[in-house]
Write a protein that binds this ligand. Structure first.
Ligand SMILES: Nc1ncnc2c1ncn2[C@@H]1O[C@H](COP(=O)(O)OP(=O)(O)OP(=O)(O)O)[C@@H](O)[C@H]1O
Ligand SMILES: [Mg+2]
Length: 174
């Protein structure tokens, strides 16, 4: 897959309510789970959107898709990351929020880079704040309010993310 194909796939989804946003997250996690030979870098999802846009709601859906109780998911306000281990297949979800971080230097000392791994879905709220610290092969998801709910816009930064994005889009079209 060349770069033009990676940037071409930019699906846009409409979410009328929080449950729909959770379902989009659930479908993404399931699509990633169901992939043949998932990449060694796991899946990194960088979430962009203003306060209250629905980033945490989406991460709750990711948890659901990995068989994790979504009611346990809340923004990691006082720690860098929350980790949730899925019921099956040794998959886990790491939930990180860059909002309160002042400098990217804090990431190294807090072990952020150790979170990335083959069976890990790493979801980063306010990811664009330190985008340079994230792997380039990641999914970018932007949530924006519109008159009736939210618009979700996704983009893949590399071949592995593009594969997941294609599987996710296909599952939503079913
Ligand atoms: N279509 C929708 N999708 C997601 N959330 C929605 C939607 N419609 C309304 N909401 C409401 O918007 C709020 C989203 O809150 P959430 O904590 O997920 O935002 P956030 O992007 O994580 O904000 P923060 O940057 O403060 O962490 C919730 O109160 C949710 O009920
Ligand atoms: Mg949040």
């Amino acid at each position: 897959m060349d770069d033009s194909e990676i940037s071409e796939l930019r699906p846009c989804f409409h979410s009328p309510d929080p449950e729909a946003t959770r379902r989009y997250g659930e479908c993404l996690a399931r699509a990633w789970r169901g992939m043949d030979a998932p990449g060694p870098g796991g899946l990194v999802v960088s979430l962009r959107g203003d306060l209250g846009a629905g980033k945490t709601v989406f991460v709750k859906g990711l948890a659901r898709g990995l068989g994790i109780d979504e009611s346990r998911v809340s923004s990691p306000t006082f720690v860098l990351a929350n980790q949730y281990v899925g019921r099956e297949e040794g998959l886990s979800l790491h939930h990180v929020d860059f909002y309160r971080l002042e400098s990217p230097d804090e990431l190294e000392s807090m072990g952020f880079f150790d979170l990335i791994g083959p069976r890990v879905l790493l979801a980063v709220e306010w990811g664009p704040k330190f985008a340079g610290e994230l792997p380039s092969d990641r999914l970018e998801l932007e949530l924006q309010p519109d008159r009736e709910g939210r618009v979700l816009q996704a983009r893949a930064g590399g071949p592995e993310a593009a594969r997941v994005l294609a599987a996710w889009s296909a599952s939503l079209a079913e």
